[in-house]
Design a protein around this ligand. Sequence first.
Ligand code: FES
Length: 138
Amino acid sequence: MNAGPGRRTVLRAAGAVAVTTPLLSACGGSSGSSGAATTGPDGAVRLDVGGMAVGESRYYRDARVILTRSSESDYVVFDQTCPHQGCAVSEVKEGKLLCPCHGSYFDPVSGDPVHGPAATALTVVPSSLEGTEIVLRG
Ligand code: FES
């Protein structure tokens, strides 16, 4: 359950332009880098994925998502909300997505838990690639 403002509300409140925080850590096949999220005139949230390597994951704090480039042409976006108790899955460690609250790890491509206490997968956010941007559809 999410009682806070939605992704679009947060981005609009920030003046329609929001910058993500740098990825907190990465290793084991993933590399860390920062990106940017914006809200277009159509209200869609857009994530800059320019220069992102295959296997890399990025956390977009203001958009409340974490994104992985899973192949040359494929990306997957997950809602940041940890299925355990709702903290933000905001880090990458040893090639896995990490929830820092209680140490759950998730597969960066499937979103499945690989180490508990979380027992269910992250929620995929529908998205599409347009140029060097991922457009969130959810
Ligand atoms: S809220 Fe993520 S591991 Fe507990």
